[in-house]
Ligand binder design. Structure first.
Ligand SMILES: NC(=O)c1ccc[n+]([C@@H]2O[C@H](COP(=O)([O-])OP(=O)(O)OC[C@H]3O[C@@H](n4cnc5c(N)ncnc54)[C@H](OP(=O)(O)O)[C@@H]3O)[C@@H](O)[C@H]2O)c1
Length: 281
């Protein structure tokens, strides 16, 4: 019997599971869509109800996949989408959200993120996100790829403190945020959504990860995800369309890594000892 997946409360009061499903690369090929739709639905079955997509992924076709998967199950999911920076003017954000809603076949997003910083002033984007929230088209908003300085600037604009999440690159081989951004967000109760949590698969060949995983009869991916799940308010969003891997990723929630093995992971993947500028994929 599995433990159920714990939830994290976002600023603003919404609850999300501590692990979700990424959908980057879904929607790229028509012939893969049935399997992708199946994977999203299976994620719901497993309690990984947080589904992360973006207008940028496959030029909107990832949102279309998610929309088809959620056709009769919208209420079960916590849908996250993102506006690209070049659309993030006041009007552009509102129009981009409408297009995303149409592709997703829904009348609200649970969380809408600015994908990364661009040329439009943060005040305008935040004002648009607040307008979308007031109209019920989104239930909360956040940012992505924001480093500590960006977060500080965000907090200085009107309503900037209403940010619910910062989604950034975070995994064993990319621990830079532990120096400053992660504690900054934790102190303010802003969860970090960890993207590319298994480094798009590249982490899984690491000998120490393989060694530690064997001791738990687990897989390297599970240890990499469990490392993130050990942290306060960190939500990994691994992407897979493979149902066995999906179950595997979900079961990382049940894996407890001993302090001794966490020390081994620190030795193999050292935490930062100084500021590392935020990396992006
Ligand atoms: N905000 C941003 O700028 C940003 C940037 C990047 C990603 N993201 C989001 O974060 C999500 C996750 O990141 P990601 O897709 O870049 O990388 P990831 O989740 O670290 O890795 C995905 C890759 O690993 C494979 N995989 C998944 N689970 C596995 C397992 N248990 N064992 C072996 N291989 C496994 C997948 O292949 P299969 O599908 O074939 O299983 C896929 O090729 C994205 O999908 C997207 O939603 C956001």
């Amino acid at each position: 019997m599995h433990d159920s997946i714990a939830t994290i409360t976002l600023p603003g009061g919404l609850h999300v599971p501590t692990i979700g499903l990424g959908t980057w690369m879904m929607g790229e090929h028509k012939r893969h869509m049935p399997a992708e739709i199946d994977a999203v639905r299976h994620a719901l079955d497993l309690g990984m109800t947080l589904i992360d997509t973006a207008e940028m992924y496959a030029d909107g076709a990832s949102e279309t996949v998610v929309g088809k998967a959620l056709k009769d199950r919208r209420g079960e999911a916590f849908v996250v989408s993102k506006v690209v920076p070049w659309n993030a003017s006041f009007n552009g954000t509102i129009e981009a959200c409408d297009r995303s809603l149409q592709r997703l076949g829904t009348d609200y997003l649970d969380l809408y993120l600015l994908h990364w910083r661009g040329e439009h002033p943060l005040d305008d984007t935040v004002a648009a996100l607040e307008t979308l929230k007031a109209s019920g088209k989104i239930r909360s908003w956040g940012v992505s790829n924001f480093d500590t300085e960006d977060m500080e600037e965000l907090f200085s604009v009107p309503d900037g403190k209403n940010c619910a999440v910062n989604q950034v690159l975070y995994n064993l081989s990319r621990r830079g945020i532990e120096y400053d951004l992660l504690p900054w967000c934790q102190e303010r109760h802003i969860p970090i959504m960890a993207y590319s949590p298994i480094e798009q698969g590249r982490l899984l060949e690491h000998p120490e990860l393989i060694h530690i995983a064997k001791a738990y009869q687990a897989t390297p991916a599970q240890v990499a995800l469990a490392f993130l799940l050990e942290r306060d308010s960190v939500i990994p969003i691994p992407k897979t369309v493979n149902l066995n891997r999906l179950r595997e990723n979900r079961d990382a929630v049940d894996l407890d890594i001993t302090d001794e093995d966490l020390d081994r992971l620190d030795a193999a993947f050292p935490p930062p000892s100084r500021k590392v500028p935020l990396e992006m994929l």
